[in-house]
Ligand binder design. Structure first.
Ligand SMILES: Cc1cc2nc3c(=O)[nH]c(=O)nc-3n(C[C@H](O)[C@H](O)[C@H](O)COP(=O)(O)OP(=O)(O)OC[C@H]3O[C@@H](n4cnc5c(N)ncnc54)[C@H](O)[C@@H]3O)c2cc1C
Length: 456
């Protein structure tokens, strides 16, 4: 009997999973392996909200594998060491894994290839698993990536797509391999109350609902904060319980302006992934630096903390920051305006904000998070790097009735829509009775400071 290892990373699904299908084709028996990577804990990226969602994903994956005659093998430790050990125990000739984009993933792949080859085994890396179009597949002439979204998207739309694959019907198991218990969500401490259920089954259900009753209205309603009319598929895309290639194919098949707008967002995801793949250091360093001297010190620290706590005195900013803590998720319009508020109005380093997001987001993702933060800070690929979003006008435009603010900021639950984005206009006594903070910064002063810092 021959054996192969299918190493699951950010592709925790049975359907449209090229590494799993290739492993099944390559050998009589397959070891479906997940390694709980202690390197991720050590780097501080193991946020409770993501660990809870991950536990659901692994439980569901194990269940699906058992229905097909196999089971998930779980090990904890350093990935290269654990994979080599399992490959040795199973006497597997090949290990199949999805290509990924971060510097961490690239180093892991390199070390794993070398270690496996020195033991006479082969590492097979599969593209278009984590993204619909692989990084490096679309490049500007003479360059290794594209830095502007619109031309990228034009080429992305014309790129030939592979057809989504079905799940394997049966998987031949390797007998006698030991596995740790599949982690359970209930054992994870510090999880936000609103973290959704993870796993391929939950993801497919959510996607089916989205196709039947959400996507058509997406183009018109995606920016409406109170309507909450986006797909909320981001955690499933982050953990790969849904395949981006399949989502694109099925949305296109359904068609219409909502589908087109949704597919465009999936292209944004690929866009940011190809930037990070080409410039892995931009997970930490500016993509296009303005040599910012970000504010530090006590006052800036206090303001950043008010931002984290959702107590800046700007209702729409505070609503979004409180949604993040409660759900481990935030509406995209909220992410844009709280990002602008921290990096531009308060002029605090975008890395401070990106870190806080990664501590809480269920979909917290190095490519999407760091690249979007850089976009908002004007250090990334935005072609208008110095635009500043005004939280009052943004609130009035994207939450005109104040429903989003009232949902997340109970102090303002009874405030009329005329004042909900500027409660200080209620008059001194009435405002004081709300128990809601005064603005921590004057927007005009913040704007002047930022423009001065950027020499504009
Ligand atoms: C400061 C900031 C930080 C962000 N951090 C993350 C993050 O850590 N992880 C993450 O997945 N997204 C991040 N985003 C992008 C975006 O806000 C979320 O993907 C989106 O809000 C998720 O909700 P949804 O699934 O309902 O999106 P939908 O609007 O339904 O879009 C569908 C999918 O397209 C992708 N997408 C949408 N917008 C973007 C975008 N701007 N960039 C990249 N992909 C996009 C996502 O995978 C999303 O699930 C960030 C945006 C900003 C401004």
């Amino acid at each position: 009997m021959t054996a192969a290892v299918a190493l699951f990373t950010r592709d925790l699904r049975l359907r449209d999973n090229p590494p799993l299908r290739a492993a099944c084709k390559a050998a009589d028996t397959v070891v479906p392996l997940f390694v709980r990577d202690t390197g991720i804990d050590a780097a501080g990226y193991a946020a409770p909200n993501r660990l809870a969602f991950l536990a659901d994903c692994l439980t569901d994956l194990d269940h699906g594998l058992r229905q097909r005659g196999a089971r998930l093998i779980v090990r904890t430790g350093e990935v290269v060491e654990q994979v080599c050990r399992v490959a040795h125990e199973a006497d597997a000739a090949e290990v199949h894994v999805a290509a990924d984009v971060s510097g961490f993933a690239a180093r892991r792949e390199e070390r794993l290839r070398a270690a496996l080859e020195s033991a006479g085994r082969r590492l097979c890396v599969h593209d278009r698993v984590v993204t619909a179009v692989a990084p490096g597949e679309i490049t500007a002439s003479g360059k290794d990536h594209m830095a502007v979204f619109t031309p990228y998207f034009r080429r992305w739309e014309d790129t030939h797509r592979r057809d989504p694959l079905g799940a394997p019907r049966r998987i031949g198991a390797v007998e006698g391999l030991k596995s740790e218990k599949v982690p359970s969500r209930t054992r994870t401490k510090g999880v936000s109350p609103g973290v959704p259920e993870g796993g391929e089954s939950a993801g497919r259900e959510r996607f089916a609902d989205w196709l039947s009753s959400g996507m058509d209205a997406y183009e018109d309603r995606h920016d409406d904060l109170a309507a909450d009319a986006t797909s909320r598929l981001s955690p499933h895309l982050h953990f790969g319980t849904l395949s981006p290639a399949e989502l694109v194919a099925r949305a296109r098949r359904q068609g219409g302006p909502g589908a087109e707008a949704f597919v465009r967002q999936l292209a944004w995801r690929d866009f940011h992934h190809q930037v990070l793949a080409a410039r892995p250091h931009t997970a930490r360093a500016d993509y296009r630096t303005h040599h910012d001297h970000w504010r530090t010190g006590e006052q800036a620290g206090r303001e950043a903390e008010a931002w984290r706590q959702g107590r800046t005195g700007y209702p729409v900013v505070d609503a979004a920051m409180r949604q993040l803590r409660h759900e481990g998720w935030m509406h995209n319009r909220g992410r844009l305006l709280v990002g602008s508020f921290l990096a531009k109005t308060l002029y605090v380093d975008w890395r401070v904000g990106a870190r806080h997001f990664l501590d809480h987001l269920v979909d917290g993702d190095i490519a999407n998070n760091q690249m979007n933060w850089q976009w908002m800070a004007g250090t990334g690929t935005d072609t208008r790097p110095n635009r500043v979003l005004n939280p009052i006008t943004q609130g009035k435009k994207y939450d005109p009735e104040g429903g989003y603010v009232r949902r997340w900021v109970p102090e303002l639950a009874d405030v009329h829509k005329r004042y909900v984005h500027e409660p200080w206009k209620l008059g001194e006594e009435e405002f004081a009775a709300l128990g809601y903070p005064e603005p921590i910064v004057d927007l005009g002063d913040g704007l002047d400071r930022f423009r001065h810092a950027r020499g504009k």
